[in-house]
Design a protein around this ligand. Structure first.
Ligand code: GLV
Ligand code: GLV
Length: 323
């Protein structure tokens, strides 16, 4: 008999077809998030689940699933929505989608950096609203990456790809802090310098958060952190909204404690349209689209499908998440 799997969202037809050939598929056939009660009831007696970053796969879900659950495959690189410690305890394998989304996410990071510093969104609105008067020397000016110091908080696959891309923009110095550890390989091969969190904030013109969300990074960009940044600095977040204290970010942006922010991730998502951050000209918010190229999203889906298939077959998963 076929094993039972749950798919928590609509997925592309080719991926669904592959899964239907092998498994008895229970799917929440919608583009909306599966309601919690539905997830809790559908997960019962499943052998595997294909989920998204919007689904909290915590102890409650694992308990409801029961003994049969062996694989949690998420269509995301982030696994902060999955209780990976609890999964490991129960012998449940976790699969995620690293590498294939690195380039796309690094691209968006560069996009956010430039649209924030060069005020592209604000300028577009000004042009449309009739605020585009005579060509003025000092109008819509912003800082430049050329000769700047860029600080990376988190220097994994995505952070590394961001550094590689930004080199072409004439950045003078790259600082990094990743789990507070110096990495000699990075320093040699990538030309980046370790800095304490304090120095990273204090010295950088652009600060990019590309770390994983976990206990040590949750809320780390708070009032204290923003106050250490230069008044002229630009803050970018492409990791998870949870690394930022959003009230503190709003305060910093509205009181000229920092100059601007470009954020692809928020708390909550979606960010309500009446959220104060949306009222600020110096804040660019994109709707969690870091990996959103057609190629990447398709590859992420296919990798997650392969993770699920291999995990349930008992063969090596192409991308098993290990703590
Ligand atoms: C997106 O945020 C991901 O984790 O893949
Ligand atoms: C700007 O358009 C310039 O010609 O300097």
């Amino acid at each position: 008999p076929k094993l039972d799997i749950l798919i928590t969202r609509n997925i592309p037809g080719a991926a669904l077809k592959l899964l239907r050939e092998r498994f008895k598929v229970d799917i929440w056939p919608s583009d909306e998030v599966i309601p919690r009660p539905t997830l809790l009831s559908k997960i019962k007696d499943k052998d595997g689940v294909l989920c998204l970053l919007t689904d909290q796969i915590n102890k409650e879900v694992l308990d409801k699933a029961g003994e049969r659950l062996r694989v949690v495959s998420t269509i995301s690189v982030g696994v902060d929505h999955v209780d990976t410690v609890e999964c490991t305890k129960r012998g449940i394998k976790v699969g995620n989608t690293p590498d294939i989304l690195t380039a796309a996410t690094a691209e968006l990071t560069v996009g956010l950096l430039i649209s924030t510093s060069r005020r592209i969104v604000e300028g577009t609105h000004a042009a449309r609203n009739g605020d585009w008067g005579a060509w003025k020397l000092m109008w819509m000016c912003g800082p430049t990456l050329d000769g700047a110091t860029v600080g990376l908080f988190g220097l994994g696959r995505i952070g590394t790809a961001v550094v590689q891309r930004l080199k072409a923009f004439g950045v003078k110095k790259f600082l990094y802090n990743t789990a507070n550890k110096k990495n000699n390989n990075f320093e040699k091969n990538l030309g980046v310098q370790f800095a304490s969190f304090h120095d990273l904030l204090h010295e950088s013109d652009f600060i990019i958060s590309c770390c994983a969300l976990n206990k040590s990074t949750a809320g780390i960009f708070n009032k204290n952190a923003f106050e250490k940044m230069k008044n002229s600095s630009i803050f970018i977040n492409i990791s998870r909204g949870g690394v930022v204290n959003q009230e503190d970010l709003y305060h910093a942006l509205s009181h000229n404690i920092i100059r601007g922010a470009g954020i692809d991730v928020t708390t909550p998502e979606p960010l309500p349209t009446d959220h104060p951050l949306f009222s600020l000209k110096n804040c660019v918010v994109t709707p969690h689209i870091g990996s959103a190229t057609e190629k990447t999203r398709m590859e992420m889906t296919m990798l997650a499908v392969q993770n699920l298939i291999c995990g349930l077959d008992g063969t090596e998963m192409p991308a098993e998440y290990k703590q």
